[in-house]
Design a protein around this ligand. Structure first.
Ligand code: SAH
Ligand code: SF4
Length: 355
């Protein structure tokens, strides 16, 4: 038996092409798209405005699969974490971080990560593979199923209002699939999350930054974590390949096109490593020398068993933040969420496959 094709693997253009190739009119593709991404159905036979014979033909050749939920945990602060499994048994974690009347879903782009950042739990696990388009989109659809946000609600009433591509993996190392997935998620006839509400975080794959943003139109966050190459190379091996200067130049290039676009620099606060006043000052002159419009996001380090780093003490973090703010940069300290269920930033790690 031939394996059925996954409908959520197609971009909109590809779906139109596919439907044309099986001899159907193109408005059928639009109807199918809306069933999948606006209504959220997973059973092709429910596509009631298609003829029975077309539904049967589709069901014989195609399928709509969600990642399988293996475990689910809800933290005392309502942060929701899922362990999801794909068809081949590989697993990733996804997190939903609710605010009062909205919230962000944190999605993964790879199983494991090859970048090996020293402070990251995902990075301590070896890279296994890239996620497919359908696996990336499927994560968000699982969250929508859970919060019953089908059909796609209008913006103001959305509980799952934002997406952060900050789960497991380096998105720019899986660029083709990430671009396709984000274009599906932000398409106005379907899931319709606005591009402004999607933030993609990268460890700094400099040559792909501009391309990634041009092709998706989403917001950029850069994991900087150090004010100079010496410190950054100690904690992020990728810095030996793409130095801070290259990353900064790419950010500059990106802002050339649209000055309204602020870049968020994520900065992990590691005790005695990158958290003193001199580091803050160095950081300020770095950003000023490249004339970047930027905000900082100071992240308290979330320890995990065996990590070997210590979080900066809260007073140091406050002082660091104040130094940056006195220089004119917004520098809020991120509140760690879901710590009791190990759902906070950098703590995601898929459990081993079941044998
Ligand atoms: N690979 C991308 C996106 C996923 S990591 C990147 O590195 O940007 C998302 C964010 O979590 C990054 O800023 C990362 O540096 C941060 N992070 C990693 N480990 C962490 C930890 N233990 N505590 C807090 N933040 C961490
Ligand atoms: Fe990969 Fe990001 Fe973790 Fe670094 S911080 S190992 S790039 S997931």
């Amino acid at each position: 038996m031939i394996e059925k094709k996954e409908l959520t693997e197609f971009t909109k253009e590809e779906l139109f092409e596919e439907i044309k190739n099986i001899g159907e009119k193109s408005f059928r593709a639009k109807q199918i798209w809306q069933w999948i991404y606006f209504r959220g159905i997973t059973d092709i036979m429910e596509m009631s405005n298609l003829s029975l014979s077309l539904r049967q033909k589709l069901a014989e050749n195609y399928t709509i699969t969600r990642p399988k939920i293996i475990t689910e945990q809800i933290s005392i602060d309502k942060t929701h974490k899922w362990l999801l499994e794909f068809k081949d048994g590989e697993r990733v974690e996804m997190v939903y971080i609710p605010e009062k009347d909205r919230g962000a879903v944190c999605i993964s782009t790879q199983v494991g990560c090859a970048m090996g950042c020293k402070f990251c739990h995902t990075g301590s696990q070896k890279f296994t593979r890239n996620l497919t388009v359908s696996e990336i989109v499927g994560q968000f659809m699982v969250a929508r199923d859970a919060y019953k946000e089908w059909p796609s609600p209008i913006n103001e009433t959305r509980y799952l209002s934002n997406i952060v591509v900050m789960g497991m993996g380096e998105p720019l190392n899986n660029l083709d699939n990430v671009v396709k997935a984000l274009n599906i998620i932000t398409d106005g006839d379907g899931i319709a999350i606005s591009r402004r509400r999607v933030t993609m975080s990268t460890s700094g794959i400099a040559p792909r930054i501009v391309e990634a943003l041009q092709k998706t139109g989403v917001r950029l966050a850069v994991s900087l974590h150090a004010p100079n190459n010496t410190v950054r190379s100690q904690i992020m091996p990728i810095n030996d390949k793409f130095k801070i200067e290259e990353v900064m130049k790419a950010c500059q290039e990106y802002q050339k096109g649209d000055h309204s676009r602020y870049i968020t620099f994520e900065y992990l606060m590691l005790k005695d490593l990158n958290d003193n006043k001199q580091h803050a000052k160095e950081l300020i002159s770095l950003l000023k020398s490249y004339k970047l419009k930027a905000t900082f996001n100071l992240i308290p380090f979330n320890p995990w068993p065996g990590c070997g780093f210590t979080p900066s003490n809260p007073k140091t973090v406050e002082e660091f933040s104040k130094t940056l703010e006195d220089a004119g940069f917004a520098a809020p300290v991120r509140v760690a969420r879901g710590q009791d269920i190990l759902a906070a930033c950098g703590q995601l790690k898929s459990k081993n496959k079941e044998k």
